[in-house]
Ligand binder design. Structure first.
Ligand code: PMV
Length: 271
């Protein structure tokens, strides 16, 4: 019997790279999906190599087709997809396959290889509108970017750990924001995380320039995912208090912009 299964792409709102070292990160499934049918035919509107989790969506959908069953066994799929992600980049945090399997908006932390803790963040507020612009495909792969940070971490352990602790504070502030526990400026959190990623060295000059331009018109932006150094850094997520100001500005730069719908469903049958 023919079946078709789809899995969503994702964005990391806060905590990329830090999450590889046991710090928390926040990821959301978004309204872009990859599907596979039982004949192996793949369809996708998740861009490749842009930090939107296309390879994890592929791994998750492939595992789901392999195991089948109704309902899908999410735990089994997630574990299997994680093994595929390991082959792809050696030392993944597991956040990409987890968000693509379970969907939603997740708080995620890899405590140890066999203890990965995650929780759905049920929003008590209207989630802010987020926009995505592609700064361009990075020259480096995720694997290379993760290896680059590993090297830094090895040579300047204290400095990098301190930086990741700052990232953790941002992730916690976001949780307080989404639970309406504290008045937090969402745009500021994005900006702070971006500055930390720039200090880490995973944002290219051209992408920094784009982000500075967006800040000049009152927007706040950060890369999402592994980033890139030599040329571009993949997807950039943007928040603006007045979305139309941002949309007009991006249009004037001839940049294609898409709204990211957050909190989308995880892996599922399509037919
Ligand atoms: O595959 P990307 O570009 O979404 O990056 C994954 C996020 C990292 O934190 C850089 C790596 C990981 O495994 O968590």
């Amino acid at each position: 019997m023919k079946s078709k299964i789809s899995a969503p792409g994702k964005i990391i709102l806060f905590g990329e790279h830090a999450v590889v070292y046991g710090y928390p990160a926040i990821a959301s499934a978004i309204n872009r999906r990859l599907s596979i049918d039982s004949f192996g035919k793949v369809q996708s509107d998740v861009p490749i190599g842009a930090g939107m989790g296309s390879s994890a969506a592929y791994a998750v959908a492939t595992s789901a087709i392999k195991f089948g069953g109704k309902p899908l066994n999410l735990e089994k799929i997630n574990l299997d997809a994680y093994e595929m992600e390991k082959k792809r980049h050696g030392n993944p945090s597991g956040i990409d396959n987890t968000i693509s399997t379970y969907g939603g908006l997740l708080w995620y932390r890899k405590e140890t290889e066999n203890l990965k803790v995650f929780k759905q963040l049920t929003s008590k507020i209207n989630p802010p509108r987020l926009f995505l612009v592609n700064s361009g495909r990075p020259s480096e792969t995720t694997k290379e970017m993760v290896a680059y940070v590993k090297d830094l971490h090895l040579n300047k352990t204290q400095k990098i750990e301190d930086l990741f602790k700052e990232v953790e504070k941002i992730a916690k502030s976001f949780a307080k924001f989404i639970f309406n526990e504290e008045a937090v400026n969402f745009g500021t959190l994005i900006h702070q995380n971006e500055l930390l990623l720039e200090r880490l060295g995973v944002v290219s000059e051209s992408t920094k320039n784009l982000i500075r331009k967006i800040e000049k018109i009152g927007g706040m932006a950060k890369i999402t995912g592994a980033g890139g150094i030599k040329t571009d850094s993949g997807m950039v997520m943007i928040y603006h208090d007045v979305p139309n100001v941002l949309l007009d500005f991006l249009k004037s730069l001839n940049l294609e912009v898409k709204e990211a719908k957050l909190d989308e469903e995880g892996v599922r049958y399509e037919e």
